[in-house]
Design a protein around this ligand. Structure first.
Ligand code: UDX
Ligand code: UDX
Length: 519
C-alpha cells in the first residue's frame, strides 16, 4: 500500500540575468586559472601581496530551499561580494523579490530584507549572471529518475547538464563551478566534459568544486551561520584545483572558523554528501525498527533511545522514533547511493542501503495498520484529523512527507481526512494527494479539523500541537476518541487521564488497543 514517492519534477528553460560588470579579461592573463579572484584568494603563500581585492561576483543557479538561503547567508556575511541568484521559474523569482518569500524558513526573511538590492539579487536572467560572475554555484534539483535506465533509483541529472551547457555557451572568462546539488559520485567528471566540449572559447578554464550543503530545513539559517563543517572538494592534486578550493574557502572564511573548512578530493566530497544523508537516515530507520520491537515487548523507545544516546560513541541526536523520515533528500540520496553500489557490482552493499528505505516504508504502513486495527478494523467514512502535513516542523515543505503515504493508506481504507498544517497550503496538499482530494478537507484551524473527528493522527512535530487544550478537543471529538501520535510529542499520560485512547510509537500498547487487535 505504501509506495515510494518521488519529488515533484518541474519544467525548465534557461533565461538570463544581470550582475556586476567587470573589465574584460586581458588576452594573456598571468594566471589563466583564476584571473578574476582577488589575489588574497590564492593561497597563504601569496599573503604578502597588498590586500586590495576587487569586488567578487558569484551567482547561483537554482533559487530553491538550498540555493536561496545559502546565497542569502553569503550576501549577509560577505558584503563585498555581489550575489545573484537565478532561476528559470519567473513566479519563484518574483516571490523572492516580494514580501512573501517562496519558502518558509525561520530567520530567512530578515537576512533577505537586509541584503536584497544591495549585494543580493534574484532574477531570471541566467545567462547574464553567468557571463558576469567568477564563481557559479549550481543548486538545481536532482530528482530520482522516473523512467529509463536506473528508473526509481538513479539521480536525474537533466537539469544539471542543462545548467552546464548554458554555462559553457555563455562563458567568456574562466569560471569556478560549485556543485551544491547532491549529485552521484564522479558527476564532476561528466560535467567537465560537457563544459569543455560546449565552450566556443578553448582558452576558457573551468574548475569544478564539490561543496555539498548540509543544512536541514527549519534550521537552515542557523546551520548556515554556524556549520559543523564546510566541505570543499576539488582537484587538489593540482595547483589550479587547489587555487579554486582556496577561493571558495576564502568566501566561507568570512564567518566560518578555518578549522571547520575541510578540504578533500572531488570524489570524496561528492560521496560524503550521499554518505552523510544515508547515515542520518539509517539512524532513524534503526530507532524506528526498535520502536516496533518495543511495542511487541512493552519496552519504551524513548527510554531505549536515551540509554543509547548517552553512550558518547553513539550520541543523542537523530534518535527520535517517528512515523518515517521525509524530505527531499534522504530517500532520493539513499536510492542513488544504492544504485551507484549496484553499478559497481556491490549488490550486498546496495541491499544494505535499500533496507534503510524499506524500513521507512514499513514504519509508515505499520502506522496505518495500527490506526485501522485500533478502530475496530474499520475506518470507512470516519473523520480522521491529520495534524501536520509538512515533512518536519518549521517548514512548509511536503516533499516525501510521510503524511502522503499515511494519508493514502487511510483513504484506501475508506477514511475521510481532515487536514490542518500551520504552513502547508491547501493547493499543495491537493497536488500531493492528487486523485484522492474527494476524501480530504483542509482546514485553517486545528479545532475545525478536530470537530467531530473519531481520531487524530499527529504527522508533524509542530510545537503548537503540544500547547493545545486537549480537554476541549476531547469534548468535540467522537467517542472513543483516539490519538495516534506519529511523532511522540504529546503528553500521553495526560491524554489518557482525559479519556483518550492513545497509541504512541514504540510505547507499551494501551490495553484497549490490544483487545481491539484481538491480542
Ligand atoms: C536541490 C536538490 O534537490 C538537492 O539535491 C540538492 O542537494 C540541492 O538543490 P532544493 O533547493 O531543495 O534542493 O530544490 P528546489 O527547491 O526544487 O530548487 C531547485 C530550483 O532550481 C528550482 O527553483 C528550479 O526552478 C530551479 N532550476 C531547476 C533552474 O533554475 N534551472 C534548471 O534547469 C532546473
Ligand atoms: C537532511 C539532512 O539533515 C541535511 O544535512 C541535508 O543537507 C538535507 O537532508 P532535512 O531533510 O531538511 O535535512 O531535515 P532533517 O532534519 O534531516 O529531517 C529529515 C527527516 O527525518 C524529517 O522527516 C524528520 O522528521 C525525520 N527525523 C529526523 C526523524 O524522524 N527522527 C529524527 O530523530 C530526526
Amino acid at each position: 500500500m505504501v509506495k515510494i514517492t518521488s519529488s515533484t519534477s518541474r519544467a525548465f528553460a534557461f533565461l538570463v540575468i544581470l550582475g556586476a560588470v567587470r573589465p574584460p579579461k586581458p588576452p594573456a592573463a598571468p594566471d589563466r586559472r583564476m584571473p578574476h579572484f582577488p589575489r588574497r584568494f590564492f593561497s597563504t603563500s601569496l599573503s604578502h601581496l597588498p590586500p586590495s581585492p576587487p569586488p567578487a561576483t558569484v551567482c547561483c543557479i537554482g533559487a530553491g530551499y538550498v540555493g536561496g538561503p545559502t546565497m542569502a547567508m553569503i550576501a549577509q556575511k560577505c558584503p563585498h561580494i555581489s550575489v545573484t541568484v537565478v532561476d528559470l521559474s519567473q513566479p519563484r523569482i518574483d516571490a523572492w523579490n516580494s514580501d512573501e518569500l517562496p519558502i518558509y524558513e525561520p530567520g530567512l526573511d530578515e537576512v533577505v530584507k537586509a541584503c536584497i538590492g544591495k549585494n543580493l539579487f534574484f532574477t531570471t536572467d541566467v545567462e547574464g549572471a553567468i557571463a558576469k560572475c567568477d564563481m557559479i554555484f549550481v543548486s538545481v534539483n536532482t530528482p530520482t529518475k522516473k523512467t529509463g535506465l536506473g528508473k526509481g533509483k538513479a539521480a536525474d541529472l537533466t537539469y544539471w547538464e542543462a545548467a552546464a551547457r548554458t554555462i559553457a555557451a555563455v562563458s567568456k572568462t574562466d569560471k569556478i563551478i560549485v556543485e551544491k546539488s547532491t549529485v552521484p559520485v564522479r558527476t564532476a567528471e561528466a560535467i567537465e566534459k560537457v563544459l569543455k566540449r560546449n565552450c566556443s572559447d578553448s582558452t576558457v578554464q573551468f574548475n569544478i568544486l564539490s561543496n555539498p550543503e548540509f543544512l536541514a530545513e527549519g534550521t537552515a539559517m542557523t546551520d548556515l551561520a554556524n556549520p559543523d563543517r564546510v566541505l570543499i572538494g576539488g582537484k587538489i592534486e593540482g595547483q589550479a584545483g587547489q587555487d579554486a578550493v582556496d577561493a571558495l574557502a576564502e568566501v566561507y572564511a568570512n564567518w566560518v572558523p578555518q578549522e571547520r573548512i575541510l578540504r578533500a578530493n572531488l570524489w570524496s566530497a561528492e560521496l560524503s554528501k550521499l554518505a552523510a544523508n544515508a547515515f542520518l537516515a539509517q539512524r532513524i530507520s534503526s530507532i524506528n525498527a526498535m520502536s516496533a520491537l518495543c511495542e511487541a515487548t512493552s519496552a519504551d523507545v524513548s527510554q531505549v533511545a536515551h540509554a543509547l544516546g548517552t553512550d558518547s560513541r553513539i550520541g543523542p541526536k537523530f534518535l527520535n522514533a517517528s512515523v518515517g523520515f521525509g524530505g527531499s533528500c534522504f530517500q532520493k540520496d539513499i536510492l542513488n547511493l544504492a544504485y551507484i553500489c549496484e553499478c559497481h557490482g556491490l549488490k550486498e552493499v546496495a541491499d544494505y542501503w535499500y533496507s534503510v528505505v524499506g524500513m521507512n516504508d514499513y514504519q509508515k504502513s505499520r502506522f496505518v495498520k495500527r490506526v485501522v486495527s485500533a478502530m475496530f478494523n474499520t475506518i470507512r467514512n470516519k473523520k480522521i484529523a491529520m495534524l501536520g502535513f509538512a515533512f518536519k516542523k518549521d517548514t512548509g515543505d511536503t516533499r516525501e512527507t510521510p503524511a502522503i503515504d499515511v494519508g493514502r493508506g487511510l483513504i484506501e481504507d475508506g477514511a475521510k481526512l481532515a487536514i490542518y498544517d500551520p504552513k502547508v497550503s491547501e493547493e499543495q496538499i491537493a497536488m500531493d494527494m492528487e486523485g484522492l482530494t474527494d476524501n480530504i478537507t483542509c482546514y485553517k484551524s486545528a479545532m475545525e479539523a478536530l470537530d467531530g473527528a473519531h481520531a487524530v493522527t499527529v504527522m508533524t512535530e509542530w510545537d503548537e500541537f503540544k500547547a493545545y487544550d486537549w480537554k476541549k478537543i476531547y469534548g468535540v471529538m467522537q467517542k472513543p476518541a483516539f490519538v495516534f501520535d506519529g511523532r511522540n510529542i504529546l503528553d500521553h499520560e495526560g491524554l489518557k487521564e482525559i479519556g483518550f485512547i492513545v497509541y504512541a510509537l514504540g510505547k507499551p500498547i494501551d490495553p484497549f488497543l490490544k483487545s481491539a487487535e484481538g491480542a
